[in-house]
Each structure stands twice: as structure tokens, then as C-alpha cells.
Design a protein around this ligand. Structure first.
Ligand SMILES: Nc1ncnc2c1ncn2[C@@H]1O[C@H](COP(=O)(O)OP(=O)(O)OP(=O)(O)O)[C@@H](O)[C@H]1O
Ligand SMILES: [Mg+2]
Length: 345
């Protein structure tokens, strides 16, 4: 397949946590491709490995976790002679988490907005100081220029009175304002990939809608790709160009957003789509974390034979699905699925 527009390519990634109780296979064979300037939505129930996939990409997996095997490639744009742009391939999985090169990628070319802004920012320093630090770490500018750029970024994320707000502490801002400040911090270096891990889950629906709109606008202006992690299919419909559906550490279906909604193939995807909350139950939104699919997600230490969704699957083929792990196969152009209903190896 052509790698022309490719920005990130994850191949057969395995990230495990080694606990006293056993090994948690948080990411167990993820394949994912993100194109330049696109929004890749990652959706799946709680515990399926969305955040650990993102942390692996940033080389931020906390111990006792580690990337066990697989490859993460970053197709970095570099300026060639006479202002032409070339691409060089950086193998992120070969870089040490604390190496100079990884630190220059993290927070600069790839940055991340976390679910809970309070934990992502230091409570004892002003938001301005924190944004300026990011700017000065990666760009050769003095304090006055960094401050000017920070105010400019805060204005872009629609924080009211940015020239004053810059000297505020995180606790002085509302949740929605903090999330805007965090997005400003993540964007202040114009990353080529922004990872947004459920950035609106802690917010009310109105603020959520504003933040989603803001991210779309900034993406158009800055041309970055977004990896948008959510458990909410409604948000996927609004934000994503491409979608990867994850179940128990693996991608089970990946395609463009139209095909996913109009022609979902995997029984798990179909079940997720049935679980979209209606507009009328916006208040129930926070409580409904896609738990309407029958059966429980198996405990993370267990190793299931065959397709890991088979105990919950309404179309399970006995003797096949409970025996053989299906491969991720491309059943039509740009539509891959990991399910025996579409071919058995
Ligand atoms: N620091 C950790 N130590 C041990 N296990 C972990 C750690 N972080 C994640 N895990 C385990 O890895 C698996 C995947 O977790 P992950 O956080 O990626 O899920 P998720 O898809 O992001 O879920 P959610 O929607 O709830 O955020 C889970 O079984 C989780 O318990
Ligand atoms: Mg998560």
C-alpha cells in the first residue's frame, strides 16, 4: 500500500503490564495507520487499550508496563533544500523514552490532551508559565516572544481575556476553560499529530460541543492530524474521518466514517452502534459507557482462545470463532475487519 500521506503506522503492537496477579495484555496486536491532516477516531469499551495505545505512541507507558513487540513508525516531514518537503521515517519503538530525540518528538511533533486537565497541569504554576515552558523548550524564542505566542494561542482556543487569563492558576479556571488551556498548550508547537484522549468526557454537553468545534477549526487552520479517543460513537460521527474500533487490545475493524456507520461489518461494531445514546438522553450520557452490549468484557488477565469477542457475539460460529483467532483482513478497499464471518484463514 502507498505510504504517500502516511503520518503514523503502527504494526502488530504489543504493550503489556507485568503485575503480581499476572500479565495484562493491554495492547495485543494493534495495527493502525493515520494519514497526515486526518482525524482518526479510536472507539471501544473501557479497558480495551485505547489509552495504552496512545501512551505507547508517545513512549509514555508507565511501569510495570512496556512495549513488548511491534513497530511504531513516524513519517516526519523535514524541510529539504529549496523549501521542498521530504519525509523521513522515525522508528519510535527504537527510541529510548527519555532520549533527546523522543523528547523532541513528544510535545512538539506529537502532543497529547488528556482526559482530566487537572492532572495534566501543575496546580502550583500559572497556565501561562506552563504554556511558555513548552514553547521555549522546542522553539528558540525569548520569554517575551514566548509569552506573546502563549497569549495568541489562548486567544485561538477562545479563552476570554487571554492577556489576563495567562497569569491564572489552573484551579482558577472552570473545567471547560482548563481544557481549552490544555489544548492551547498541546497546540503551541504546531504538532503534526494531536492525540486527544477523551478530552471532553469531564465536560457538560454544551462545553463539549464547543471544544469539538474548536478542535475542528484548529485542525483546518493548522493542518494537523488528530487521534481522537472516545467511547462515544456520536462524537466519532462528528469528528472522525477514519475510525478504528478496538476490542480487548486489538483493532477489530477500521474504515472511513461513512462505511463504519452505513456498512458496519464486525458484530462488535454493530453492537456499539446500537448503543449510541439518543440526543434526548444527554443527561444519561456520562453514565452510559457503552455497557449495553450483552456480557462483560473478560478480565484482563485471561487468555481467550479464538476471537476474543466470541463469548459475547450473537453470530458466533461454534468450532471456529472459539478456536481460531481471526486476522485483520481488508474485505473491500480501505475496510478491514477481524472476523470469521468474512473469511477464515
Ligand atoms: N498503569 C497500569 N497498570 C496496570 N494495568 C494498566 C495500566 N494502565 C492500563 N492498564 C490496563 O490495560 C488495559 C487497557 O487500559 P486502557 O487504559 O488502555 O483502556 P481504555 O481503552 O483507555 O479504557 P477507558 O475507556 O476506560 O479509558 C486495562 O485492562 C487496564 O486495566
Ligand atoms: Mg483511556
Amino acid at each position: 500500500m502507498a505510504t504517500d500521506n502516511l503520518l503514523i503506522e503502527i504494526k502488530d503492537l504489543h504493550t503489556y503490564f507485568y503485575l503480581a496477579e499476572g500479565v495484562v495484555r493491554a495492547v495485543d496486536g494493534v495495527d493502525l495507520r493515520i494519514k497526515r491532516g486526518q482525524t482518526m477516531g479510536i472507539v471501544g469499551e473501557s479497558g480495551c487499550g485505547k489509552s495504552v495505545t496512545a501512551l505507547s505512541l508517545m513512549q509514555l507507558v508507565p511501569p510495570p508496563g512496556r512495549i513488548e513487540s511491534g513497530e511504531i513508525l513516524f513519517y516526519r516531514a523535514v524541510r529539504g533544500n529549496n523549501a521542498s518537503t521530504m519525509t523521513e521515517v522515525v522508528k519510535i519503538t527504537d527510541l529510548k523514552p527519555n532520549s533527546k530525540e523522543m523528547r523532541s518528538i513528544r510535545g512538539n511533533q506529537i502532543s497529547m490532551v488528556f482526559q482530566e486537565p487537572m492532572t495534566a497541569m501543575s496546580p502550583v504554576r500559572t497556565i501561562g508559565a506552563q504554556i511558555m515552558e513548552v514553547i521555549m523548550l522546542h522553539q528558540e524564542v525569548d520569554r517575551a516572544e514566548a509569552r506573546r505566542r502563549a497569549i495568541d494561542m489562548l486567544a485561538r482556543v477562545n479563552l476570554p481575556n487571554p492577556a489576563q487569563a495567562i497569569d491564572r492558576y489552573p484551579f482558577e479556571l472552570s473545567g471547560g476553560m482548563r481544557q481549552r488551556a490544555l489544548i492551547a498548550m498541546a497546540l503551541s508547537c504546531h504538532p503534526s499529530l494531536l492525540i486527544a484522549d477523551e478530552p471532553t468526557t469531564a465536560l457538560d454537553v454544551t462545553t463539549e460541543a464547543q471544544i469539538l468545534e474548536l478542535m475542528r477549526t484548529l485542525q483546518n487552520d493548522l493542518g494537523m492530524a488528530i487521534m481522537y479517543i472516545t467511547h462515544n460513537m456520536g462524537v466519532i460521527a462528528e469528528m472522525a474521518d477514519e475510525v478504528a474500533v478496538m476490542y480487548l487490545g486489538r483493532v477489530v475493524e477500521q474504515t472511513d466514517v461513512q462505511s463504519l456507520f452505513f456498512n458496519p461489518l464486525h458484530p462488535y461494531t454493530r453492537a456499539l452502534l446500537k448503543s449510541i445514546p439518543q440526543l434526548s438522553d444527554a443527561t444519561a450520557k456520562k453514565r452510559r459507557r457503552l455497557e449495553v452490549i450483552k456480557g462483560m468484557v473478560p478480565d484482563p488477565y485471561s487468555i481467550l482462545k479464538g476471537c476474543t469477542f466470541h463469548p459475547r457475539c450473537e453470530e458466533m460460529i461454534p468450532g471456529v470463532c472459539d478456536q481460531v483467532l481471526p486476522m485483520l483482513i481488508e474485505v473491500e478497499p480501505n475496510h478491514s475487519v477481524r472476523c470469521h464471518l468474512y473469511g477464515t484463514p
